[in-house]
Design a protein around this ligand. Structure first.
Ligand SMILES: Cc1cc2nc3c(=O)[nH]c(=O)nc-3n(C[C@H](O)[C@H](O)[C@H](O)COP(=O)(O)O)c2cc1C
Length: 244
């Protein structure tokens, strides 16, 4: 019987005692940790204010997958906090910038794209989150709500939500160190980021749902990446939950 790709992947990316690669890393080939769209218009994100006191225990108990949203917009302040909480810079130690979510080898291969359907003070469109500068880089303006829903297997919540976050992996950032095993780590990294987002959303009185059912290449094309060196892994919708 043919062994499926999943089982082969699991087998071939195992660490074994006699197969550990203990070679030196080529530090000259280390990929840069930040992606930048140099020519893009930039939108500064406010330093988040007005955070309410809520315990982690309350956030955990209140989190659930919200799939119906009110027509209310997200504030730029809320979007700013959610982006920082999911993948922003937490601290700088010895000139190295550590982020809010853990990452294998602190290589931070995940990039965030934002489909803004309804955000106060932000034109509808697709943006890239510049982690380094905590700002948005404008990629294309327009209403992409129905495109993103269609690409997500017609999940209408993507059109209804105020914002859709799309996470991609810059594969070489992790492969440089971990080789084929990096494919495990990319998915683990993005899972941590998504959970940070889900809890941050709850802390702001918002709801989110994580989404892995989508036509990969349609989403890759929407955010303008080639799906090979950089590919979409995961998404989240965010908005004000519909009452009742
Ligand atoms: C990896 C992953 C992929 C998911 N993909 C989708 C999705 O495409 N559409 C959807 O409606 N929910 C999706 N979900 C949400 C799950 O259905 C949801 O977390 C689960 O039913 C448990 O419910 P809860 O989140 O309300 O606790 C996904 C969750 C995970 C962790």
């Amino acid at each position: 019987m043919k062994i499926g790709i999943g089982k082969r992947f699991q087998e071939e990316t195992k660490h074994t005692r006699d197969g550990l690669d203990t070679g030196e890393l080529d530090w000259t080939a280390k990929p840069k940790p930040y992606k930048t769209y140099r020519d893009a218009s930039r939108i500064a994100l406010p330093r988040a204010k007005g955070l309410v006191d809520i315990t982690l225990d309350q956030c955990l108990r209140l989190r659930w997958s919200v799939r119906t949203f009110s027509p209310e917009s997200l504030t730029l302040n809320d979007l700013s906090y959610i982006l920082w909480a999911s993948t922003g810079i937490r601290d700088t130690i010895d000139d190295f910038e550590f982020r809010t979510a853990p990452s294998a080898g602190a290589l931070y291969p995940i990039e965030s794209y934002i489909v803004a359907n309804r955000v106060e003070g932000l034109s509808k469109g697709i943006y890239h989150y510049s982690v380094k500068n905590h700002e948005l880089e404008e990629l294309k303006l327009g209403d992409f709500s129905s495109d993103v829903a269609a690409a997500a297997l017609d999940q209408g919540m993507c059109a209804e939500a105020a914002v859709v976050i799309i996470w991609s992996a810059m594969i070489e950032r992790s492969k440089w160190k971990y080789g084929q095993r990096c494919y495990r780590y990319l998915y683990l990294d993005v899972g941590h980021i998504a959970q940070n987002l889900a809890l941050a959303a709850v802390s702001l009185g918002l709801g989110s749902c994580q989404i892995a059912a989508f036509f990969d290449d349609e989403v890759n094309t929407m955010v303008g990446i080639n799906g090979s060196d950089e590919c979409v892994l995961y998404m989240s919708v965010i908005g004000v939950p519909q009452k009742g």
